[in-house]
Design a protein around this ligand. Structure first.
Ligand code: NIG
Ligand code: FE
Length: 389
């Protein structure tokens, strides 16, 4: 078993809360990686010395857990550059653009989709993301959704079935029939490859009643629910997610006081996706309001060709701090431990004995630089399952 001792860490974020510090920050620290797990964490002066251990000197740099991006849509064909350009000239974002990516995805071969996903995986890793979720949702036929689920499962264990992304054009006049398909044959074809079921509960996509039925069908097949909600306007997505015990409700751009109260009373994570507001010119969600109410907040990229074509978690952190009222520490927590909560994972998002050896060394003395130096590539090194990438 290979072992690596990373020592000389100026600031180590463990996310193991201690002394009122949710990020469990250690100075002058060291971490021992054994196989794919963390074996030991502590002050550099106490680091266990053993033969056969490779030593890496961090030179005072900061180390954080690898980012956990709990929301992406990375299996798709084509792109929508033209829509983005039009939006920047004033055309509003509309969920209907999803159907254009559906057409391009159906036309793409498995090999094209797989190669693209591999490229995105490299892109994510290079920016410090070590765990990521991928959704289906650009196939919307039984065969296409199943192949997207299969291809996504080659890249990650966190695959989400999103047959309920929009009603595809060919079912425009038969939406009930489409909901039946999503709840039955399509679900059965996708379930073997996925862990999660998601639904876009929004005006122009699926109603709260349809969404409830779809999630319940998934739960009956052993899938865990999560929801896209309250992105384009107020609606029932958040309340539905909390009522169904969903792990996460994502977007949360338009929230009523009742929505915030429901989130605070339940254990559904509010996952905020500031890349969407950045790329669609919508108002940013008020993360401060959620944290002050006691809601668990995660940050994710929502990387997709329509509303947020970025895979950069450092950018999400910078936006959350600059535009959404989070402190740098809260934003780093939300992009690591928060993402892990949104995926109901306890083995990632923190650095402690027994967690996965997934971590990022920053070319900076502190994690604060992720927000302080926006747009600067600060990832010095990434360890994934104990191996340096
Ligand atoms: O999370 N909200 C729904 N789905 C995506 C957008 C997909 C698209 O525009 O292609 C989202 O923002
Ligand atoms: Fe999304």
């Amino acid at each position: 078993m290979t072992a690596t001792l990373i020592t000389g860490i100026g600031e180590l974020t463990t996310n193991v809360a201690r002394d009122g510090d949710a990020l469990g920050t250690l100075r002058d620290a060291a971490v021992l990686l054994e196989g794919d797990r963390i074996a030991w964490v502590g002050p550099a002066s106490d680091a266990p010395l053993a033969g056969g251990v490779r030593t890496v000197d961090a030179g005072g740099r900061a180390v954080i857990p690898g980012f956990v991006d709990s929301h992406t849509h990375l299996v798709f064909g084509g792109d929508r550059t033209d829509e983005f350009e039009a939006r920047m000239m004033g055309t509003p974002y509309a969920a209907g653009g999803i159907r254009r990516t559906v057409a391009a995805t159906r036309a793409a071969s498995d090999e094209e989709l797989r190669a693209r996903l591999k490229g995105f995986t490299r892109e994510l890793h290079a920016q410090g993301t070590t765990t990521f979720e991928v959704k289906t949702g650009y196939g919307l036929t039984v065969a296409d959704e199943a192949r997207l689920a299969r291809i996504a499962a080659e890249a990650t264990s966190e695959v989400t079935y999103l047959g309920a992304h929009v009603v595809p054009a060919e079912y425009a006049d038969r939406r009930e029939e489409y909901v039946d398909l999503v709840c039955d044959e399509m679900l059965r074809a996708c379930a073997p490859h996925v862990r999660w079921i998601d639904v876009f509960c929004e005006r122009g996509a699926f109603t709260p009643e349809e969404s409830r039925r779809i999630l319940a069908a998934g739960v009956a097949h052993g899938l865990l629910p999560r929801v896209h909600g309250n992105q384009l306007g107020p609606g029932g997505g958040v309340q539905l997610a909390v009522a169904m015990g969903a792990a996460s409700v994502d977007h949360c751009t338009y929230l009523s006081d009742e929505d915030v109260a429901a989130l605070a009373a339940g254990d559904t994570v509010a996952t905020l996706l500031p890349g969407v507001e950045f790329s669609t010119r919508q108002p940013y969600p008020d993360a401060r309001r959620l944290l002050d109410a006691g809601v668990t907040v995660a940050l994710a990229s929502d990387c997709n060709p329509g509303s947020s074509f970025t895979s950069s978690m450092p950018l999400m952190i910078a936006l959350a701090v600059r535009e959404m009222g989070l402190t740098p520490a809260e934003a780093v927590w939300a992009a690591t431990a928060g993402g892990a909560r949104a995926l109901r994972r306890t083995d990632v998002g923190a650095l402690a004995p027994g967690t996965r050896a997934d971590l990022v060394m920053l070319d900076a003395p502190t994690r604060v630089h992720l927000a302080y130096r926006p747009g600067v590539p600060l990832v010095h090194g990434v360890w994934l399952g104990g191996d340096r990438l």
